[in-house]
Design a protein around this ligand. Structure first.
Ligand code: 5GP
Length: 125
């Protein structure tokens, strides 16, 4: 895996930025120059992986045109990871929570890959 291209912390860095830079540990399943994927510390399904941009983008509301390649990479790699995790046949769910109403807890953009079981309805009634 090539290393990420951002080796310096920025002022809005969260725990996910530290995982990207390798200063705190995580079970990293994929990393390239744009994105990093690692297992969620508190999995809600048999497979629960987070994929994040290496650069700090706080929320979906902060995505800019210059981030298109990074977001495209997140989606393509998510599909590759899901397939590698054995989720290709039965499927899975990709989730991006945004800000308070979306239930976002960590303010470093991330996409959840969840699967390995039937997940039920998309939004609780
Ligand atoms: P959110 O609610 O912001 O969409 O999701 C944040 C996710 O990050 C949660 O599922 C939570 O379990 C996970 N998480 C929080 N802190 C850590 C950590 O230090 N390491 C890992 N691997 N996952 C974390």
């Amino acid at each position: 895996m090539p290393p990420p291209n951002n080796n310096e912390a920025d002022s809005s860095e969260t725990v996910f930025g530290e995982i990207v830079r390798g200063t705190i540990s995580a079970d990293v399943v994929y990393q390239d120059e744009l994105v990093t994927a690692f297992r969620d510390i508190q999995p809600r399904a048999p497979v629960h992986i987070l994929i994040v941009p290496n650069k700090t983008i706080r929320t979906m509301d902060d995505v800019k045109q210059e981030d298109e390649a990074t977001l495209g990479r997140m989606l393509r790699i998510a599909a590759d990871i899901a397939r590698n995790e054995g989720l290709g046949k039965n499927g899975y769910r990709l989730i991006i929570n945004c800000k308070e109403h979306g239930g976002q807890e960590v303010y470093h953009l991330h996409m959840h890959i969840v699967g390995g079981t039937r997940l039920g309805r998309m939004v609780a009634q």
